[in-house]
Ligand binder design. Structure first.
Ligand code: GLU
Length: 301
């Protein structure tokens, strides 16, 4: 339907981090991923991304599942929790290390800043320094803290987002060798998401646009691990009255479970879908029809 993508059966997912309840912004990604799966006659999976345990809020996973259920969005397969997937992530890291594509790093933030200053670099990305590659040449007796993927010599990554169109990022220059396993022993989002998307056979990633600039790193990891590359569709973000993107960090209100259809209608409006009256199941079915027609038209162009 969206043309040119993987030929395997459609498998989509919604992968919230349980750092709080779903809000109006996260429902847009949830609804879009569900609609896209339904419109393609595919399956929709839920994955709880609780690798960053210190940021997780106890009970938020169950609350998110309840919120989605109240909106009529149910996982077609058992829910996957990333906190139970340590062995799979370790295996992927071991493979990358054996292939010479990942290496241990002993640098602290201070070390990285000092190495950058020595190189005359001040460039910062998301306030994290672009790693200058110090430990590619070995640890020289220092203890390993984190593990990183090599990006040196890798050409810019080009990919096409179904909504945003052609994209490009020079990961080596703009991000540098990025972390796969953190100094605190926790798995990095990039590695966990790539391993899980592959193990769950995800053909289509539909998620918020704030995550779009992670995609090139994930594509590099897919290539390094010899995994299939899913199609990507990044959905519009919702901004609060203060002009900031809605997020749990800036206090977005949890979805009101008393009126899930109102919440869904607000999410649908963000996706340029027309408002629907109750009942909920008819509203969802109408949006599936509209979504299917939209992407069929896009594929025919
Ligand atoms: N867990 C991420 C989040 O809640 C989403 C990851 C993804 O969809 O790739 O922001």
């Amino acid at each position: 339907m969206s043309g040119g993508g993987p030929s395997q059966a459609y498998r989509g997912r919604f992968a919230p981090s349980p750092t709080g309840a779903l809000h109006a912004g996260s429902l847009v990604a949830a609804l879009a991923s569900w609609l896209d799966a339904r419109a393609h006659g595919g399956r929709w999976l839920l994955r709880i991304e609780d690798v960053d345990q210190p940021r997780c809020v106890p009970g938020a996973d169950q609350l998110i599942l309840q919120q989605l259920a109240a909106c009529g969005l149910h996982s077609d397969e058992p829910v996957l929790w990333q906190s139970r997937r340590h062995a799979a992530y370790q295996q992927a890291l071991d493979r990358l290390v054996a292939a010479g594509l990942a290496y241990p790093c002993a640098c602290s933030r201070k070390d990285i800043a000092a190495a950058q200053a020595a190189l005359g670099q001040t460039r910062q990305r998301h306030s994290a320094a672009v790693y200058p590659g110090t430990c590619r040449a070995g640890l020289h007796g220092r203890p390993a803290r984190a593990w990183r993927l090599r990006t040196d010599g890798v050409p810019p990554v080009q990919w096409t987002d179904r909504r945003l169109g052609p994209q490009q990022q020079d990961v080596a220059a703009e991000v540098g060798d990025f972390v796969l396993k953190r100094a605190d022993g926790l798995w990095a989002y990039q590695l966990a998401v790539v391993v899980d998307d592959a193990d769950q056979g995800i053909s289509d990633v539909v998620r918020g646009e704030d995550l779009a600039d992670n995609t090139p790193r994930q594509i590099l990891l897919q290539r390094a691990l010899g995994l299939a590359q899913p199609r990507y569709l990044h959905t519009p973000l919702v901004f609060g009255s203060n002009g900031e993107k809605l997020s749990k960090q800036n206090g977005a209100q949890p979805l009101d479970l008393a009126d899930p259809l109102a919440a869904l209608n607000a999410a649908a409006a963000m996706l340029d879908l027309p408002p629907q009256p109750s009942p909920l199941d008819k509203a969802l079915a109408a949006w599936v029809g509209a979504w299917r027609a939209r992407w069929a038209a896009a594929a025919a162009r």
